[in-house]
Design a protein around this ligand. Sequence first.
Ligand SMILES: NC(=O)c1ccc[n+]([C@@H]2O[C@H](COP(=O)([O-])OP(=O)(O)OC[C@H]3O[C@@H](n4cnc5c(N)ncnc54)[C@H](OP(=O)(O)O)[C@@H]3O)[C@@H](O)[C@H]2O)c1
Length: 346
Amino acid sequence: MVQQEHKIRLAILGATGNVGRKFLEILEQRNFPISSLKLLASEKSVGKMVQFQGKEYKVELATKNSFKDVDIVLASAGASVSKELAPHAVKAGAVIIDNSSAFRMEQNVPLVVAGVNDHVLKKHKGIIANPNCTTAQLVVPLKALHKLAGLKRVIVSTYQSVSGAGKSAMDELTEQSKNHLSENNYSFKAINRKFAFNVIPHIDTFLEDGYTKEEAKVINESRKILELPDLSITCTAVRVPVYIGHSESVNVELNHPATKEQILKAFKGFPDLEVFDEPSESKYPMAIDIAGTDPVYIGRIREDKSNPNTFNMWIVADNLRIGAALNAVRIAEELLKQNLLKISVV
Ligand SMILES: NC(=O)c1ccc[n+]([C@@H]2O[C@H](COP(=O)([O-])OP(=O)(O)OC[C@H]3O[C@@H](n4cnc5c(N)ncnc54)[C@H](OP(=O)(O)O)[C@@H]3O)[C@@H](O)[C@H]2O)c1
């Protein structure tokens, strides 16, 4: 956490959403040094009162003029809003840490997971991108494995919670579940499928090659963050009826031989990773247990006997924290630590 000498004039774009509300919770928990706070959202939320550190703040409409006297913008209002407003934030002198997919793959925009590739922050030109939540938790153990023995090939299958699709999707899972159990008919809103009591191999839209955009994000963003543009990596992304916490079954082939003991040592020595792997006691990470916590949990680590130098593992994290809000706040802390911000000293 940062020291308190500098206080930041902060704006949250998308303050009323799933990620926006997590920003507030995490800023408060980490005692992030704030001198002023603007909460921005759509017309729908204008005038809503939100509590932060014992004070009431009124939600304002986000416009291109919202960023005067702001040092940092934490943005989570979707890609089209970010595309429209980020240039105005930068022009007004703010640094924007964006959770949407709008700028992630742009060459001059650092795509950062705190603790994995903070060194690229110094290249920022006002916009810093946060990866997709699925990618954020994946690259933490992948980075540890790459440092240990080099990554040759990665196969990822995801089990993603509905909170990844926003607050409305969580509300809809509740409604669908109630209706399903009482055998009422109901319609689908947040996505065009029933996700209560279902498993759906379809997140975001389909691309021409048969992958979904979500799968393409995991592939492309992992390569960018790990600075391995030619990494062999593939993904199948699946929505499951879980409120919070994404799980991933990951098969990793290494360039060089490594023992399970060496892998455990590498994971245990890597920041933000928590090994939870006691098969004899039926202990492994589960979304329902880890929601609301910060680490990336890893369990079911075992050799893949079908291929040399290959291991299977199960990776679970809170998608709203490490996958979004916590990562963005940690990036903001890192900007302060590395003095990469024009900040107002109050
Ligand atoms: N959920 C995750 O796990 C996760 C992880 C990483 C990244 N992200 C990304 O973060 C973004 C938000 O996700 P979320 O889950 O928080 O969604 P959400 O719960 O649907 O919240 C969306 C937020 O954006 C605001 N908004 C919508 N249209 C706006 C507009 N025209 N102008 C200003 N504000 C507007 C909404 O305000 P109103 O309440 O006024 O409509 C709300 O505050 C998305 O880009 C998502 O891909 C999400």
